[in-house]
Design a protein around this ligand. Structure first.
Ligand code: NIG
Ligand code: FE
Length: 409
C-alpha cells in the first residue's frame, strides 16, 4: 500500500541516519514544499512531484519530523508525589525527602501494592501521553519494586505494552534503583539479592535488554555499582547508568569501564570522564527537565560535551518524583534555554541520537529512505516552534510504521 503525505511545508530530518555529532549535530536537512511517499510502512521517496497514493494525507503546509525517541522513562509506576513538590518549594532537597520516607521508596510501596492490571493501566496512560507529545520509541524500566516479585511485575507490564503497541519499546531492569526500606542497614545483602536472585530471573525469562543502576552517594556507591554491573555484563545485559546526578561521585567512569550504551543525567561529570565516555562512544543521555523540576541551577555540561564531540540524547526521565512530565518538546526547550543547546542540537538529540541510544537508529530516528515511516505532523509554519512555543503541544498526528497512532482531533 502506498501512502502519500502531501503539501508538507517543511520536512525536517537529521542529516546522518546513524547518529549526530560534531558538525552534523548542528545541522538539520530541511526539504520545503515536498511530498513524502511511504510504501508498506517504509519511507520510499521525498519528492516535489505530484504522486498518487492509495491513501493521501494533507499536511496543509505544516512541519513533518521524525517521531521522537525518549530513551529514559520510569514507566511503569502508580501513585503520585505532588506533596514532595511543595516540600521542595519550601526548601527541602530531593535527598532529604528520600531520607524522610518520601522519594523512590514511597513509589515502591505504591507499586508493590498495585495489581498487575492497575500498574498496566497506569503505564498505558503514561505511554499514550508520551505518544500524544510525539514519542514513537521509548525506554521503560523497573526499579519501583525492589523485590523479585514486583520487579518482575513491572517488567511484564513493559513487555505486554511492547506486544500491543506499534511504538518501539525497550525494557531495562533497574533493581538497583534504591535500597529498599527492609534492607536499610543491609545494603550488601540487597546487592547479593540483585545479583544472585533478580538478575538471573530477569535473564531466564528474557524480560529486559538493559540493566541500569542509580550510582549515587548514599545509594549504590562506585564499588557497589561495580559489583552489580560486573554480574550484569557477564550475563549479557547492555548497560545504562544513572551517574553523577546529584553528587560528583565520579560514577560516570563506570560507563567507560563497562562499555555502557549510555550514561544518564551526568550533571556533575568531570572533564576527564567526558573524554573517557567520548572515547568509548557512550551516549550522554541528558535529562534537563529533572534539574529544572528539582529546582537546581546546575545543569549537565551539554555545551562542553557537544564541543568535544559527544553523542548527546535528551529524555523526559518521566517519573512521579523528580520529573513528572510527558512533554519532550518542553525538555528540548529547557535544554536550549538552560544548557544552551541550539534548537538543531536539541532536535537531533530527541530523534536520531535517542534512537541510537536505544539501538534503533538503523530503522527509526530520521526520515531516510528505507527506514520505518515513523513521523509526526507538527502544527506550525516552522520547526523552530518546537522550542519557541515552549510548553505547548503542537503535535497534530503521530505515525508509526506508516500507521496513524495519534491524531489531535
Ligand atoms: O532518574 N535518580 C533516580 N531515579 C529517578 C527518580 C525517581 C524518583 O524520584 O521516583 C531519576 O531522577
Ligand atoms: Fe531516571
Amino acid at each position: 500500500m502506498r501512502t502519500v503525505v502531501k503539501n508538507i511545508g517543511q520536512l525536517v530530518t537529521p542529516v546522518n541516519p546513524k547518529f549526530a555529532v560534531k558538525d552534523e549535530v548542528k545541522k538539520l536537512k530541511i526539504h520545503e514544499d515536498v511530498n513524502l511517499i511511504i510504501e508498506d510502512g517504509i519511507f520510499v521517496d521525498i519528492t516535489e512531484k505530484d504522486v498518487k497514493g492509495d491513501n493521501e494525507i494533507d499536511a496543509c503546509g505544516k512541519v513533518v519530523l521524525p517521531a521522537f525517541a525518549d530513551p529514559h522513562t520510569h514507566i511503569p509506576f502508580v501513585g503520585s508525589r505532588e506533596r514532595e513538590f511543595n516540600e521542595r518549594i519550601l526548601g527541602k532537597s530531593y535527598m532529604e525527602i528520600a531520607k524522610g520516607g518520601g522519594g523512590i521508596n514511597s513509589t515502591v510501596a505504591a507499586v508493590r501494592d498495585a495489581t498487575f492490571d492497575d500498574l498496566y493501566n497506569a503505564a498505558k496512560k503514561d505511554l499514550e501521553l508520551l505518544i500524544k507529545h510525539g514519542v514513537g520509541s521509548v525506554e521503560m524500566k523497573s526499579g519501583y519494586g525492589l523485590d523479585l516479585e514486583t520487579e518482575i511485575k513491572q517488567l511484564k507490564v513493559i513487555n505486554k505494552l511492547k506486544s500491543e503497541y506499534l511504538v518501539d519499546i525497550k525494557a531495562t531492569f533497574m533493581g538497583a534503583h534504591e535500597i529498599p526500606l527492609e534492607y536499610k542497614d543491609k545494603k550488601d545483602a540487597y546487592i547479593d539479592k540483585v545479583i544472585n536472585e533478580m538478575l538471573p530471573e530477569v535473564k531466564r525469562n528474557d524480560l529486559a535488554e538493559y540493566v541500569d543502576i542509580f550510582c549515587e552517594k548514599d545509594v549504590f556507591e562506585i564499588d557497589d555499582s561495580r559489583k552489580i554491573l560486573t554480574a550484569a555484563s557477564k550475563m549479557g545485559f547492555k548497560i545504562r547508568i544513572h551517574a553523577d546526578e546529584i553528587y560528583p561521585l565520579g560514577g560516570s567512569i563506570l560507563c567507560a569501564e563497562f562499555d555502557a550504551v549510555s550514561g544518564e543525567h551526568l550533571v556533575k561529570i568531570s572533564d576527564e570522564n567526558i573524554l573517557r565516555l567520548i572515547d568509548k562512544g557512550v551516549v550522554f543521555n541528558l535529562l534537563p527537565a529533572t534539574t529544572f523540576f528539582l529546582m537546581s541551577d546546575e545543569y549537565a555540561p551539554a555545551r562542553k560535551i557537544l564541543e568535544k564531540g559527544g553523542i548527546v540524547a535528551l529524555s523526559t526521565d518521566l517519573n512521579p518524583g523528580s520529573s513528572y512530565t510527558h512533554n519532550i518538546c518542553l525538555v528540548m526547550a529547557i535544554a536550549c534555554l538552560k544548557m544552551k543547546m541550539t534548537m538543531e542540537e536539541a532536535i537531533n538529540a530527541v530523534t536520531i541520537n535517542g534512537a541510537y541510544s536505544l539501538g534503533l537508529s538503523d530503522k527509526t530516528g530520521s526520515i531516510h529512505i528505507g527506514k520505518q515511516a515513523d513521523f509526526l505532523i507538527f502544527n506550525a509554519p516552522d520547526y523552530k516552534y518546537l522550542v519557541y512555543n515552549f510548553g505547548v503541544n503542537r503535535v497534530e498526528k503521530v505515525f508509526k510504521k506508516g500507521v496513524e497512532i495519534y491524531s489531535h482531533e
